[in-house]
Each structure stands twice: as C-alpha cells, then as structure tokens.
Design a protein around this ligand. Structure first.
Ligand SMILES: Cc1cc2nc3c(=O)[nH]c(=O)nc-3n(C[C@H](O)[C@H](O)[C@H](O)COP(=O)(O)OP(=O)(O)OC[C@H]3O[C@@H](n4cnc5c(N)ncnc54)[C@H](O)[C@@H]3O)c2cc1C
Length: 396
C-alpha cells in the first residue's frame, strides 16, 4: 500500500490549491479526483474577483483569465438598471477548465501526485492514520496520516469519517448555465445580473461575458422552490431575442450551498474545505476564492500538526478558529442579509433599484451593518417609499 503524509480527496479549486500548498511545505501529498479530466465538466459561472486572486498570490494569466471585468449592472424586475463601475479591472471571467489545469500543474510541480479517474469509495480510520480505498483501474488502497475532504457540495467523505455534515434544502441553490455564442449584449466588461421573484426566486439570472457575443448565461434559484432552474432560465431567454438567437455550446448545472456554514470542519485525521464545508458567499454563490483561501489556512495549520506528529481534532481546531475569524463571521452576516432579501417582492426590488446607487448597493452587500444602517437612514429621508421595504426587511 502506498503511503502519504496527506491525501486530498477532490481535485478542484479547494483540493488542488491545498495539494500545492502542502507539497510546497515539503509534504508527501496525493490528490485524487473521480473525474477523468481536471476541470471537466465545469460547474461554474467562472467569475472571480481580482482581490481574491491577489490575496492568493495568483497572477492573472491570459490563458485562463479570459475576460476582464470592470463592474456589474443589476437589473430590477421593471428593467431599471443600477451600474457599479469601478473604472478598472476588478475581476475576471475565467476559462475555469484551464484555470483548474493551471492549479493542477502548480500542484504537480510542487511535488504533489495528482490522479484523475480515482473515485474514493471508502475512508477508514486506522492506527496512526486513514486507509483510503479508490475505485480506479487497479482498485488501489492508500494510507495517509490525515485526509482533506475537498469533495464538493455533495460531500460524503466527512460523514464517512464520523463528522456529520448536512444542509437544509433552503440553504441550497440549484443552478444551471448555458455557455452561449452568437448572442448580443452591451458592455462586455460588466457582469449583468437580473433580479425578481418571477425571474429567479431567491436568486438571479447572470450573464458573465467571455468575449464578444460569447457569455455564460445562467441562473441560481432556491433548491426548495417549486419549478426547475432550467424552466426559469428558458422562460427568461424566450423573451430576449438577442440571447435566444445564439447557440448553446455547453450546459452546466449543480447545487450551490448558500448557508449552513459549519462551526466545526475538522475531526481526528480530517479537515474539510470548500463547498464540502459550505464555504460559499451566500449572496452571489461565488465559492472559488473562498475555497482557496480556506485551503491556505488549513494547510498552514496542517504543517504545524505535522511537525508535532499530532493529527487530532484538537490540533486541527485552529483551522476552525482562524477560518471563522477571517471569513466565517462575515459570511454569516451575509447569510442574514440573504434571508432578509428573501422577504422582498418585485415592487420592493424596483424601489431599491430606484433609490440606491451602485456604490451604495455594494456597501449593503458587504455585510458591514454600521455602514448599511447609515446609508439606509440617509435614504429614508429622501425616499419615504423605502420605509415600507425596510420595515419588511427588518422584520424578516
Ligand atoms: C452553476 C454554478 C455556477 C457557479 N458560479 C460561480 C462563479 O461564477 N464564481 C465562483 O467563485 N463560484 C461559482 N460557483 C461555485 C463554485 O463552483 C464552487 O464554490 C467551487 O467549485 C468549490 O470548489 P471545491 O473545490 O470546494 O468543490 P468542487 O469544485 O465541487 O470540486 C469537488 C471535486 O471533488 C471531486 N470528488 C467528489 N467526490 C469525490 C470522490 N468520492 N472521489 C474523488 N473525487 C471526488 C469532484 O469530481 C470535484 O472535482 C458556481 C457553482 C455552480 C453550481
């Protein structure tokens, strides 16, 4: 049986970043993914902020950062638009398959072994570590001192290791996306988002440009909502000839955790990262940057554990603590804002779009309650119609 210091289960953004960081620390790492090709299929709108890439020390590269993004345009149900223009690059729409391959190459160059077509079917704690059984060409079994569960939103690995993880349907969004070519839209340096209960209940429709006449057109809606995400997306496209005339060149779908943050993401010999730990922005559903940031925290905690030769839950608990301090508390405030937004109807969205500027909406979604209160109080004086919306928002 091959032995490793650590086995990472899941070779997507969380797992590949973790594998690279662990290998950089001189550890003997195996990263396993059940897919037959890294990055394929993608399940992603492919949007990422420049801030996240900078924090991670990843330099944007034309080979995977296909479209620069300078801002966003938000559309209310009545069509009124709020533009947030930073006047400079604030993010990218990626070619995610190429991005994941880039991460895989970095992991391999750092010394990690990355294996595709390796479905982990069983994990079992044993003396001094974990035995990992894999369904691959040779039905291999491996041993590691600990494992990282980076196996995505439908994670089973943590549960198999005795760390119960579940999520309520109302904390999940279901998403579907068409990559489309030959469509017409304006402002290809802006992401476009449409809101409204008839358009996308508890979510939004997005158009993330990938170049001229080429974009990801997708939707996320509450998974508990009656009707499928596809029905809502098709209905939205049907009345937009400029989109309908295009060709669908790829279809992606998947679930997105937008709540259910875990206080505890560790157990003896186990650390859970990324969607498997529900580490996603609950307002816009973005998880790539957050997953990689968590991987960095987890790998530095793991290094210390390795030096002590102590892979206990108590030692790994530092990951829970640091992650909550740096990311979790902010995401928790965003969960509250998401829940408040659920009580808004289409008229409320229209009122908000007419009352707030792009910069103000940006502050509201930052989760900074002191700043939100200040903006709202100022607005209530000039726009009394907002009071009704705010009372509903606050009583939710
Ligand atoms: C429709 C949609 C649009 C999205 N758009 C965006 C966006 O624009 N920007 C953004 O930042 N985020 C977006 N997200 C969220 C983002 O894709 C996730 O947050 C991110 O992929 C999480 O990365 P991860 O590595 O934790 O998990 P995943 O990317 O889900 O990867 C898990 C990996 O584990 C592997 N795996 C699972 N089980 C096993 C097993 N038993 N054995 C071996 N391998 C296994 C899988 O094959 C997979 O490669 C979107 C999600 C969806 C569904």
């Amino acid at each position: 049986m091959d032995k490793y210091d650590v086995i990472v289960i899941g070779g997507s953004v969380a797992g590949l970043r973790a594998a690279e960081q662990l290998a950089n620390r001189g550890l003997n790492v195996l990263c396993l993914d059940k897919k037959q090709e890294i990055g394929v299929p993608k399940q992603c709108g492919e949007g990422i902020s420049l801030g996240h890439l900078q924090k991670l020390g990843i330099k944007p590269d034309r080979r995977w950062a296909s479209q620069k993004i300078n801002g966003a345009i938000l559309y209310a149900p009545n069509g009124s638009a709020v533009e947030i223009d930073f006047g400079k690059t604030m993010g990218f729409v990626l070619e995610r398959k190429a991005f994941e391959k880039h991460l895989a190459k970095k992991a391999a160059k750092a010394g990690a072994t990355v294996k595709v077509k390796s479905n982990v079917t069983e994990v079992k704690r044993t003396e001094g570590g974990v035995i990992v059984s894999v369904c691959d060409l040779f039905a291999n079994t491996y041993f590691a001192k600990a494992i990282f569960a980076c196996d995505g939103p439908q994670s089973v690995i943590a549960n198999k290791m005795g760390l119960p993880i579940s999520i309520k349907p109302e904390d999940l969004d279901s998403g579907i996306q068409y990559e489309m070519a030959g469509i017409e839209f304006e402002k290809e340096k802006f992401i476009h988002l449409w809101f409204g209960n008839d358009i996308a209940p508890r979510g939004y429709v997005w158009l993330f440009p990938k170049g001229k006449q080429h974009a990801n057109v997708g939707i996320g809606i509450g998974a508990h909502i009656r009707g499928s995400a596809k029905e809502y997306l098709d209905k939205w496209i049907e009345v937009r000839p400029e989109i309908k005339k295009g060709s669908i060149i790829e279809v992606n779908s998947g679930v997105i955790p937008v709540g259910g943050l875990l206080k505890k993401m560790t157990a003896d010999n186990l650390i859970v990262i990324g969607d498997a730990a529900h580490q996603v922005n609950p307002i816009h559903g973005g998880g790539m940057g957050i997953a990689m940031e968590a991987a960095d925290i987890a790998t530095s905690v793991f290094e210390k554990a390795f030096q002590k030769n102590d892979f206990s839950d108590a030692t790994f608990d530092e990951y829970n603590r640091i992650w909550w301090e740096r990311c979790g508390n902010k995401l928790m405030r965003l969960v509250q804002i998401r829940k408040m937004m659920e009580s808004l109807n289409d008229n409320d969205f229209n009122t908000i779009a007419e009352a707030f500027t792009g910069e103000e909406i940006l502050t509201i979604q930052s989760g900074d309650f002191a700043k939100i209160r200040a903006i709202i109080l100022k607005k209530l004086i000039s726009k009394p119609a907002l009071l009704k919306v705010m009372l509903k928002y606050l009583s939710a």
